[in-house]
Design a protein around this ligand. Structure first.
Ligand code: NAD
Length: 306
């Protein structure tokens, strides 16, 4: 057990909810910051409803909490939204992160863990599985913002006492992911199938992604806070097509319709998977949950909840 103090930004979000549960279980004192309030008020951690752009307020929270670690998860998280509203993407990804990094550096917060993107970081000129040495070439505004933040964090904290760990996750899925937005194909397809509604696939459905269960991402984020800092990819190394996700969810839910195909969206990449050999070798981390198990757990949650 630990009594270390942590701040989690984006605390109302999907991944942060799971991360906070685990941190509380491990005895951390957790403070969350998010634009939006959680539906159920938290019982074992403290919630601040604040826009990270309110830098004075954020500084005062950090001065009070004196965190040992800041997990920075708050973001605009949809590739499709970033294509339609690039400025909003830059604001909620880049502007807030640079402001937060300045505050963290001034206050000498020991560790910042940043959740970047692995799925939207690479271009088609490289073949998956990508590694930490693959040249970055994001195709979407979202991917460009995440890469910019990685660079800003390095430069803003240069020469300070703050150490940075950056995780580039693959496509994360699991219980509590919103099925109402435009990101999170598993939640969206699962919810539509359970409601017996049409499911739209953009493109041919043969595009691939690397799907990783949320508990595996929580485990690597905690490693990122406690092990040697650096840049780490977090994926399974397996490419799964959208059609395969559709068919597996169809089997689990008992859905019997065909998908509706529509033209591919701009910013979406054709193929992606991430090698996690570095995290495995240096941190002893590897994904534990296999895709079918993870999809079944997600559908069970959707069934109980929506
Ligand atoms: N879900 C995935 O597949 C995936 C994959 C790779 C990386 N990531 C990254 O992991 C992190 C968490 O993803 P998620 O799926 O939980 O996202 P999410 O959309 O569920 O949560 C993001 C949270 O950030 C908050 N937020 C946005 N702008 C803010 C601001 N200005 N001030 C305060 N709060 C703000 C939102 O209100 C939201 O609750 C994000 O940084 C995302 O880019 C997610």
């Amino acid at each position: 057990m630990t009594n270390r103090s942590v701040i989690v930004t984006g605390s109302t979000g999907f991944v942060a909810g799971h991360l906070i549960e685990q941190l509380v279980r491990e005895g951390y004192n957790v403070t969350g910051i998010d634009l939006k309030k959680k539906l159920q008020p938290p019982t074992h951690w403290t919630e601040f409803t604040e826009d990270l752009r309110n830098f004075e307020k954020i500084r005062s929270i950090l001065e009070k909490v004196k965190p040992d670690i800041v997990f920075h998860l708050a973001a605009q998280t949809s590739v499709a939204v970033s294509s339609r509203e690039p400025v909003a993407d830059v604001v909620h990804n880049v502007e807030v992160s640079v402001g937060l990094a300045q505050i963290i550096t001034d206050l000498e917060t020991p560790r910042l863990v940043f959740t970047s993107t692995g799925g939207a970081m690479y271009g088609e000129e490289s073949s998956p599985p990508y590694t930490e040495r693959t040249p970055e070439n994001p195709k979407s505004i979202y991917g460009v913002s995440k890469l910019a933040v990685e660079n800003y964090l390095r430069v803003v904290t240069n020469g300070s006492n703050t150490q940075i760990s950056t995780i580039r996750p693959a496509n994360i899925y699991g219980p509590e992911q919103s099925h109402l937005g435009e990101a999170g194909v598993v939640a969206i397809f699962g919810a539509l199938m359970l409601a017996n509604k049409d499911v739209t696939i953009f493109g041919t459905g043969e595009d691939t992604r690397d799907y990783i269960f949320v508990d595996d991402i929580v485990a690597i984020l905690i490693k990122a806070a406690t092990e040697d800092p650096g840049l780490y990819l977090a994926g399974t190394g397996v490419e799964t097509s959208t059609n395969q996700i559709f068919n597996t969810l169809k089997k689990i839910t008992g859905y019997d319709k065909l998908p509706v195909y529509q033209p591919a969206r701009s910013g979406d990449v054709a193929r992606s998977s991430l090698s996690s050999k570095k995290a495995q070798q240096l941190w002893g981390w590897k994904p534990e949950i296999d895709l079918e198990d993870g999809l079944t757990k997600t559908v069970t949650w959707l069934r109980d909840t929506i």
